[in-house]
Design a protein around this ligand. Structure first.
Ligand SMILES: [Ca+2]
Length: 591
């Protein structure tokens, strides 16, 4: 029987072999030259020689030692208001374990472990909560992405123009300044360059990790970017698809209990196909269960919460995702086994409603006026008007060349961000790295590893074993060169029972060895290949910015059109889209 070794690491233990003042992988500290000696926390915000007072873009800066409180250690908190014009106001917070001058002990300088860790936000918010990394010895940092609260409506002005300052500060500027300032402030405070610099975020915080990797590729050594909300405009627009389907076919949202039953029925139908009955569909893309099996009066209908035919059709379309009149897939749907009601409850998901306003650059645009047929037009408006700014789908070439490591977990039953979008990006990067545009996952995995967690929901939760100690795995990868081959999944089954399971590098998955408890990770191995042709070909998307009339666009996907069509000798092309007369409306941009 194969033995499974799971990467369980200890961060404190890894400090033992820590080479302080070893040259960091990247150039750092663009803001100023550090002094030779540490400075006090107070001096950071009072002495111009420390690089903050009067520095470009620094509107205000304060610093103070925050007393210990509860489980939070005392630390030096620096607050920077950053902006290069009157309309840019990004609040950045850097939390620094006390240096030796301020009484810190136990680390490589004061209480510091020699590293920085940027913390990401969620939804339409950043985060200014930096105490978790500080308590662990890191310089922690956060930013508010230039606005207070979680409302993204100000991305469009009342007059229908875009507020690009707001959007860019939220999408990218806040995080870039956060990373740069956290590194320079650390260097000043401790009189030493950080040896390693990290990011740690999920959802929007995951997207932020990707944008830093894509656009600030030389600054960070390791990025943990989970359930990343990448392709922001495209997936958020797709968050509204189910609401439009239910409105058109049913006339109202479907009762939550019926949605839950449909999910349960899909799991019951497809659970065993992966070889283990555990309440989880290992790869939901392979499950073809139709909600019509739940139609009231049919032999297969459930005892309670059966569906009308219209409701069943709507749920099938929610699973399928939006398509255009040609039948081409515009974006991914919710996978079977995923909680449907997060996006398809009585009220739509607020960020999806806002996204329609961004797509149409109209704060008063009413999503209820959009039909299933009209959806493609809204999606196309979003792609053409704003997605180049928001969707952050650039490459990772600089990050890879700089020696960075990117680690991502995504729940295969993520109810908010459509995990196939993350897999889509991963495949595209694998194709970029591969020969003849064919995905080369092994080569990609030298610096970028995606762990797909079956049954897991958005950033955690759900029916599957939960990934453990991802950040520790990243640190081991960066600092010891130990690339994580698998992540331990842990599930509490109640009654003192637990289930463990390896969470595997995509496109591998956990395969039962055939003997022993299916609740023990030791009886599984990572293997197989989920990139089956029928699976991946079905997920090729309509050409970007041609959502209304476009055909599946194979460019850069790593997939071969003829191979997918089963027509290897045919060479028709994708450039015959006749979408200049689609009435899609505003083609012009507003910046
Ligand atoms: Ca199963």
């Amino acid at each position: 029987m194969r033995r499974v070794s799971l990467p369980i690491v200890s961060l404190t233990a890894s400090l033992a072999g820590f080479a302080f003042l070893a040259p960091a992988a990247h150039a750092t500290g663009k803001h100023h030259r550090p002094p030779a000696e540490p400075v006090t926390c107070v001096e950071l915000a009072t002495d111009p020689d420390n690089g903050l007072v009067g520095a470009p873009g620094v509107k205000t800066v304060t610093s103070a030692i925050i007393p210990a409180a509860g489980t939070t250690v005392s630390y030096c908190q620096v607050n920077i208001l950053y902006g290069t014009n009157a309309n840019q106001n990004i609040n950045i917070r850097v939390g620094l374990p006390l240096n030796s001058l301020d009484g810190g002990t136990g680390g490589v300088q004061g209480a510091w472990n020699g590293r920085t860790q940027g913390i990401g936000g969620g939804g339409c918010s950043g985060s200014l909560t930096v105490t978790a990394p500080v308590n662990a010895g890191y310089v922690g940092s956060g930013n508010d992405t230039g606005h207070t609260g979680g409302n993204c409506e100000p991305g469009v002005n009342e007059d229908g123009t875009y507020n690009l300052q707001f959007i860019n500060d939220f999408i990218r500027n806040g995080m870039k300044q956060q990373v740069l300032f956290s590194k320079s402030v650390a260097k000043t405070y401790y009189a030493a360059k950080p040896a390693y610099n990290y990011w740690n975020g999920c959802s929007t915080g995951g997207r932020q990790g990707y944008v830093v990797a894509q656009e600030l590729g030389k600054e960070l050594d390791g990025i943990l970017a989970n359930a990343p909300a990448i392709y922001w405009t495209r997936f958020q627009t797709a968050q509204m698809w189910g609401q439009i389907v239910m409105k058109d076919l049913v006339g109202a949202p479907i009762a939550a209990a019926k949605l839950s039953q449909a999910t349960a029925s899909a799991v019951a139908a497809c659970d065993a196909a992966d070889g283990v009955v555990d309440g989880v569909i290992d790869d939901p893309r392979t499950c073809k269960f139709s909600a019509t099996a739940n139609v009231c009066g049919t032999a297969t209908a459930p005892a309670a919460n059966c569906l009308t035919l219209q409701e069943a059709d709507a749920i099938d379309l929610i699973w399928d995702g939006p398509r255009n009149a040609r039948g081409s897939k515009i974006w991914f749907g919710l996978d079977r086994g995923t909680a449907i009601n997060a996006l398809n409850g009585t009220n739509p998901f607020a960020l999806g409603v806002t996204q329609f306003h961004w797509d149409m650059h109209d704060r008063n645009f009413d999503w209820r006026t959009v039909t299933m047929d009209g959806y493609a037009g809204v999606a196309q408006e979003g792609s053409r008007n704003i997605a180049d700014v928001t969707d952050t789908f650039g490459d990772l070439d600089t990050f890879r060349r700089s020696g960075g490591k990117l680690l991502t977990f995504v729940g295969a039953n993520d109810q908010l961000i459509m995990p196939r979008g993350v897999i889509n990006y991963y495949r595209e990067m694998a194709a970029r790295d591969g020969k003849h545009d064919e995905p080369d996952f092994e080569r990609l995995q030298r610096f970028y590893r995606l762990f797909r967690a079956p049954g897991v929901a958005h950033c955690g939760g759900g029916a599957g074993p939960q990934p453990q100690n991802l950040f520790g795995a990243l640190v081991d990868w960066v600092e010891k060169g130990v690339a994580p081959e698998q992540i331990l999944g842990l599930q509490n089954l109640g009654g003192g029972l637990t289930r463990t399971r390896p969470i595997c590098l995509y496109p591998q998955t956990a395969i039962y060895n055939g003997t022993g408890s299916t609740d023990d990770a030791a009886n599984f191995h990572c293997g197989g290949n989920l990139e089956k042709r029928r699976t991946v070909c079905a997920d090729v998307l309509t050409k970007y910015k041609h959502e209304v009339h476009g055909r599946p666009d194979f460019d850069g996907t790593g997939l071969d059109r003829d191979d997918c069509d089963g027509r290897r000798h045919r060479h028709d092309r994708d450039d015959d889209d006749d979408d200049d007369d689609d009435g899609g409306g505003h083609r012009h941009k507003h910046w």
